[in-house]
Ligand binder design. Structure first.
Ligand code: DAH
Length: 360
């Protein structure tokens, strides 16, 4: 085989073997580039006799044409193959269902829902929201609320205490939202009308108790705030919250260190087949504790009990959520089981309001 024929055979073979456009270009440069094999052959023509150059030049050009043609043909094939591979890889199945948006799948936890409902109801009565920290001082959680240092009521609270700090005092996880009353009175001038929803902690766990739970506290301080106002507020709250036209309430004497007199409130209900209904029946259900703020508490918080008086109440949010929405086990509230949330949760844009309905 002549040198030209073997070069042609070798080059065409390399062209056929090129798997992609980059490999093909490398073959092109190797043959036709400045230092390529064909270019080297063409450079030899200059030193030849005219006769020889004519013959040799024609054959080299023929070789060059054959290579150019083969390169183009292979390039077209590779381009087509690359396009087909891309079409295959980037296939879009227009019959696939649209992915549901977070608005369709996300759910508002019943506790959040009930807190929003509380805010809507009490905002309508002119209350604002006050907040305090989960980690409290013994002073705010107990002492300023008129619990004497060794009073047994401190034990009733199953408190989680921290190790004593450098000054010897122990911080604690607040056992109720009542310390927010203290914080509010220390920082605001009467008249005061606040609700304080938040997390609370006690060392307790069963079907209706979890170590972390939620309470809402209410506080009104004014010159003439009285038990009649408190009864009206609680009644209006119960009607709005349980979405019933009437509730009957029962006020029982009780004891809390921070109120005098202290009262526990029950609401009339019926229980049939495990279902509780309010505003009917002859059963009673305890829902909250309340009373007139003790003068010692007012004094400890810098408010003159000769000028101001007030009332307060405290209620378990988890408990009223369980009652309203028929959820039997409190522990499930904090297990983050997506099936439970899908079942008991609320749609995020259905924001509770008294006008549109709390649970529209
Ligand atoms: N702090 C009380 C508790 O956790 C609840 C309570 C009762 C709060 C009476 C009050 C109140 O503000 O007046 O058991």
């Amino acid at each position: 085989m002549s040198d030209l024929a073997s070069l042609e055979a070798l080059t065409l073979e390399a062209i056929a073997a090129a798997g992609d456009e980059a490999a093909l270009d490398a073959v092109r440069v190797g043959a036709l580039g400045k230092k390529g094999s064909v270019s080297a052959l063409l450079a030899t023509l200059g030193k030849m006799e005219p006769e020889e150059r004519k013959v040799r030049g024609a054959s080299i050009n023929k070789l060059k044409d054959a290579i150019v043609e083969a390169l183009e043909a292979r390039k077209a094939i590779l381009k087509q193959a690359a396009l087909e591979a891309r079409l295959k890889a980037e296939i879009i199945d227009v019959t696939l269902p649209v992915r549901p948006s977070p608005l369709d799948t996300g759910r508002v936890h019943p506790i959040t829902q009930v807190m929003d409902e509380l805010a809507a109801i009490f905002a309508d009565m002119g209350f604002s929201i006050a907040e305090g920290p989960d980690v409290e001082t013994d002073d705010y959680n107990f002492t300023k609320l008129n619990f004497p240092p060794d009073h047994p009521a401190r034990d009733m609270h199953d408190t989680f205490f921290f190790e004593p700090g450098p000054d010897g005092t122990r911080k604690l996880l607040r056992t109720h939202t009542s310390p927010v009353q203290v914080r509010t009175m220390l920082t605001q001038q009467p008249p005061i009308r606040v609700i304080c929803p938040g997390r609370t902690y006690r060392c307790d766990s069963d079907q209706t108790h979890t170590p972390m739970f939620h309470q809402v506290e209410g506080l009104v301080i004014d010159k003439q705030a009285n038990l009649g106002n408190l009864k009206w507020i609680l009644e209006e709250f119960c009607k709005a919250f349980f979405e019933v036209p009437d509730v009957t309430m029962r006020f029982r004497p009780s004891f809390f260190p921070f109120t005098e007199p202290s009262i526990e409130v029950d609401i009339r209900c019926s229980r049939k087949d495990g279902e509780i209904r309010f505003g009917e029946g002859d059963d009673w259900l305890e829902i909250l504790g309340c009373g007139m703020v003790h003068p010692n508490v007012l004094t400890a918080c810098g408010i003159d009990p000769e000028v101001y008086q007030g009332f307060a109440w405290g209620m378990g949010i988890d408990r009223i959520a369980m009652l309203k929405y028929g959820m039997p086990d409190l522990r499930a509230f904090f297990e983050n089981d997506i099936r439970w949330l899908n079942h008991y949760g609320f749609r995020p844009l259905d924001i509770p309001s008294l006008v549109a309905g709390l649970t529209a």
